[in-house]
Structures are given as C-alpha cells and as structure tokens.
Ligand binder design. Sequence first.
Ligand SMILES: [Zn+2]
Ligand SMILES: [Zn+2]
Length: 421
Amino acid sequence: MIQAPRGTVDILPGETEKWQLLESRLRSVLSRSNYREIRLPVFEHTELFKRGVGETTDIVNKEMYTFNDKSDRSLTLRPEGTAGVVRAYLSHGFSRLSPPVKLWYCGPMFRYERPQTGRQRQFHQTGVEAFGSDGPAIDVEVIVLAVDCMHALGIEKFDVHLNSIGCNVCRPVFKEKLKEALRQHLPNLCTDCQDRFERNPLRMLDCKNGSCQQYFTDLPSSLSSLCQDCRQHFDELLRLLTLVGVPPVVNERLVRGLDYYGRTVFELISDDPRLGAQSTICAGGRYDYLMETIDGPHTPAIGWALGMERISLLLDESSNTSPLAFVVSTVSDVAVELVTKIRRAGVACDMDYPPTGTTARPFKRQLQQADKSGASWTIIRGEDEIAAGEVTLKNMADGSQTKVSVEKLIGFLQESAGKSV
Ligand SMILES: [Zn+2]
Ligand SMILES: [Zn+2]
C-alpha cells in the first residue's frame, strides 16, 4: 500500500474544521488592520531563496526541496513566505503604491527536516509583511497584530520578547565587540560556531549546541551598541507597546543572523506544556535590507510568521459538524426532493442513500443512519405523511414527535439553524 511521504500529514475531517476556524479567526484579525491577502506560487526560482533567505542558512543549505524541471530550470518548493512576497512586491511594482503596503499570506511551506510534533516537512504558515515605513508605529502594529491573532485563538499564555540588533551603521560595531568577547572561547565552541565567527558572529548566538551556550552567558548586548537613531527607534517602540498594553520582555539574546535584518526582532514565546519545552509560537522582525539583496530599491519592511501546526496544538477540539436534519422516507424520490429543498433553504441536511435497484432501505435501517449522523432532527416522510402533505418531525434529543406541513417545516428548520427569514 502506498503511504503518504514522510513528514506529510493528512488533515482529516474532524481536524479540518479546526483549521477552518483557525484560518477564519486569523483572517478577521488581519483584515481589521487593513492587511490584504496575497496568494503566491508554492515554487519559485531557487535563486530567490538563495538570496532572499541567505546562502549561509540551514534552510538553504540543508532543508530545501530543490529540483530541475523538464526545461532544466532550478526550482524550489518555498521553505518560507517572505522571499516570495518580496519577489511579488517587486514584480508588480508595489513600490509605486502609497506606503505602507500591508500584506498577509497563508499556505504550505516545505523543508527537509527531521519530522517531530508540530513540525512536518510540509507545514503551514501564516505571515504578515508591511513594506515602506521605517518608523516604530508600524513595528507596534505588526507586533500587536501577532498578539491579537493569538488572543483571537484563545491563546493567552505567552510573552513578547523584543530586541534591537541595530542598523548597518551600528551593527558592525556590535559584531566586533561580540567577536572580541568570543575569541577566547573559540577553541571550545562547535565547528558551526567556529565557522560563523568570521562570516556571521550574530548567528553563533542561535547555536543549538548546548555546550556552546555556556560560553555565551556574559556577552555584550546589541542594545548597548545601538547608534542614536536605532536607540530612539527602540525606545519609542517600547513606549508605544506599553501604551497599547503589550509590555514586552527585553531579551538581549534574541537575534537574527542575516545581514538583511535590522533593528526590531521579536518572538512570542509560550510555556504551554502542550508544546513541550518553552517555545516560539510566532517570530518576526525588520528586514530593511532584504529588498536590495534581490535587486529592488531600498524599502524598509517588517513582518512575522507563525506555524499553523504548532498553533493548532493549542486549540481545543473542533466543534460538532453534524447536519441539522436527516430525512427518512419509504420512497427515495421523496427523500431526494425534500433534502434538496431543505439544503437550498440554507439548512444542513442529509439522507440515506439506497443502493442501485431499490427505492429505499428498510425504515429501521434509515432511522439508525439518522441516529448515527448526529442530526438534531429526523424528518420522517412515510406513506401516511405523503398522503397528508406533512412530515413527522422527531426531536433526536428527547425522542418527541410532532407533525407539521412541508411548508412550515422549512421555516422551522431555518429558525432552528439560526437563519430565520
Ligand atoms: Zn543603528
Ligand atoms: Zn555552537
């Protein structure tokens, strides 16, 4: 039997309702801040990710699904959303629109990683990107948006961690200070860290190797190296976040290792036991220099992304999705007609489907089906009811029965469905 590929998951009925709810709540929060959805291809030219994600990252080096198509173009299944959004922003001349241009996306991403709980090779992300504004007000909006998305999903247990990694003026100074402090420990650090020391010392702080972390306890902070402009941006951001009731945890160890990031970096970190250890449920930051790395004009930008699988672990089980009504009849024509009529009146309804060559299955069998369906009302239309132009309406909760005309039935069901007309 053919199995689904490793690292992929079938999202089945029962679970899909949870995803629909998740998506609709996120959509509603994002649209009330005037973010508009963008839907992009799941594959792009490999070059885009090499430049837009960074050739030194694990994502690009180890985790991409890259293939040559039949015309020998190198294509890659998108490992994240931002590079594609930036590419589309440039392709469609969005820089001519009045800034900020505020976009969101949602969809599958692909990374060749070791599968684990909440982390698959095909996974889903929702993200926002705001282009064209460099002031702290947009940083606040983007961070509050992430917080409000969590609240809309009923997720309350998390902290907003915030840091500034400076700009092209002050970050090189910080990097030098960092290297100075780390140089003495270099022989004790892992090969990845040693490799990053010259090329990108900030990324050393992200090292997953536990034995390296012990040498990182007493390092200079990026905040102490900020230039006056960056300091002012950060202070203003702190003030505004406090003003809107989202006081952050200033976390000087929070970094993004790539040179196209600047100033604000943030993560929403939850200690919910359902996620295992303390973990990041949303990550974002400013990427003021990314547009230039893919040949666009300098465009300040900020965004975040959240992993839908991880978030869905924090949501309670999905709601009941049974039909409201179930039609039972001794004549299948009658059932087909009535079911169609009820559905067209906007009410969820189902019936028993007789096999070829029969007009209807035995009454008792159909009633069992009605029971299994979880419907609130069973609508019985036997010979007697047909002759009288009515139906027997059975309340499945208490077993009580009443007779009503077909005309009154529709109105009753609509009302019961909360859709009275
Ligand atoms: Zn600066
Ligand atoms: Zn290391």
